[in-house]
Design a protein around this ligand. Structure first.
Ligand code: SF4
Length: 179
């Protein structure tokens, strides 16, 4: 029963990824090389949400694989959180020209995809990376944490200190609640 349910969900996520990759709801796809729907296990307890894919993500179709992503992965690992156990995605699924902040109409066009991902994965915690990720839909029963974006943490000492404290608190919360 569980295997059948899991397979159905895997297929649903694959179908959603394919919809995202064929999406033309906003202008962002026009300059993108690849769609970046997100990645991670279907049964992830934690979902990380950033703003938009960058150049390296656009090259590969994978989220958070540039310098900021590597730094994020490192700090998570230092706190006992494996990257392969979390689902990582962004508010918008195609790169923005010159890495600009996505416009409100682009965010509005793309948010239904994030909404569907949240409903499929049903994480216990959603970690919002940076201020822009605050636009993520809030669903009942999910704990939301807002943390400094890893790219800002890498550049500014004070933000780095705060980011590390925030990820340590996430890890502590997970241990306390057996997540
Ligand atoms: S950014 Fe989102 S809404 Fe815009 S084209 Fe890509 S998938 Fe569609």
């Amino acid at each position: 029963m569980y295997l059948a349910y899991n397979r159905a969900n895997t297929l649903a996520l694959e179908e959603l990824n394919s919809q995202i990759c064929g999406c033309r709801r906003c202008r962002l796809w026009q300059e993108a090389k690849h769609c970046v729907p997100g990645e991670g296990p279907l049964n992830a307890n934690i979902m990380l949400v950033g703003q938009n894919p960058g150049a390296e993500e656009d090259e590969t179709g994978r989220p958070f694989i540039g310098r900021a992503g590597k730094y994020l992965t490192k700090v998570l690992a230092e706190n006992g959180i494996k990257r392969e156990d979390v689902f990582i995605t962004n508010i918008v699924k195609h790169v923005s020209p010159k890495n600009r902040k996505p416009y409100p109409d682009e965010v509005a066009a793309c948010l239904p995809y994030l909404n569907m991902q949240i409903r499929m994965i049903k994480p216990e915690i959603i970690v919002l990376l940076g201020a822009s990720a605050k636009e993520a839909p809030r669903l009942e029963g999910i704990k939301y944490l807002e943390v400094i974006h890893p790219s800002a943490a890498m550049r500014f000492t004070k933000m780095n200190d705060k980011f590390r404290i925030q990820i340590a608190e996430l890890s502590k919360h997970m241990a306390t609640n057996n997540i």
